[in-house]
Design a protein around this ligand. Structure first.
Ligand code: ADP
Ligand code: TYD
Length: 207
């Protein structure tokens, strides 16, 4: 049995990741693949429990170090219980966020380096990386408009951080993509959902 492919969608809040995970998985099924849709933080029972610890509660609930460890712990459970078994069974996995979200959101905050975060990923998840990481890009104002229309002011512990923080996250993603051009593809998220799905499929053609 050939191993399945592992695809991650990344980007800031409101760029359309959740919408496109559903649409891309449906399109891949239409091409005959067996596909599971999953998300981070979460995607397994243990990781969904950690998700609540991470996204609910006060802004200062966790130190930056504890937050980074909790994301890595959630990812380790997600990889062990959901992602690896699916890939080994020949299924494709499409995930809403993966390691690069930790690198972009937790990297450089509270003195935590990208190198340290990669070490945590090595310990927890044996360094597993996606076969392709699709970075959805959208002007910050349009992403904020979409997120606000969806959430009506009810954002979570991390989504609710200020615009300066989210601008640094966007820069972080761009520089990660530039550093690993084989794994990453930048995909323009402007336009209607079906158009964006077509761009995502085109960015997987070689797989
Ligand atoms: N291509 C699109 N054009 C306009 N609105 C969109 C598009 N894709 C998603 N949306 C809407 O924008 C909001 C954020 O999309 P969502 O998929 O939840 O983004 P994310 O998971 O990246 O935060 C949702 O209300 C969604 O319906
Ligand atoms: C996976 C991951 C998510 N996050 C953040 C990004 C989001 O603000 C939040 C996940 O919330 P979610 O609602 O899933 O994302 P979105 O707002 O894009 O629909 O957790 C990190 O800070 N580090 C990580 O490693």
């Amino acid at each position: 049995m050939a191993r399945g492919r592992f695809i991650a969608l990344e980007g800031g809040e409101g760029v359309g990741k959740s919408t496109q995970v559903r649409a891309l998985a449906a399109a891949l099924r239409g091409r005959g693949h067996d596909v599971i849709e999953t998300r981070e933080p979460g995607g397994s029972e243990g990781a969904e429990a950690i998700r609540r610890l991470l996204l609910e509660g006060s802004a200062d609930r966790w130190t930056p170090g504890a937050e980074a460890l909790l994301f890595a712990a959630a990812r380790a459970d997600h990889v062990a219980k959901t992602i690896r078994p699916a890939l080994e069974a020949g299924r494709w996995v499409v995930t809403d966020r993966f390691l690069d979200s930790s690198l972009a959101y937790q990297g450089g905050t509270g003195g935590i380096s990208i190198g340290q975060l990669r070490q945590l990923h090595q310990v927890g998840s044996d360094g597993l990386l996606p076969d392709r990481t699709l970075l959805l890009t959208l002007p910050a104002e349009e992403a904020a408009r979409r997120a606000e229309a969806r959430d009506r002011g009810a954002s979570d512990r991390i989504g609710g951080r200020d615009a300066g923080y989210h601008a640094k996250v966007a820069e972080g993603f761009a520089s990660l993509a530039a550093g690993e051009p084989e794994r990453f593809r930048l995909v323009d998220a402007l336009g209607d959902a079906a158009t964006v799905t077509g761009r995502l499929l085109a960015a997987l053609e070689d797989l």
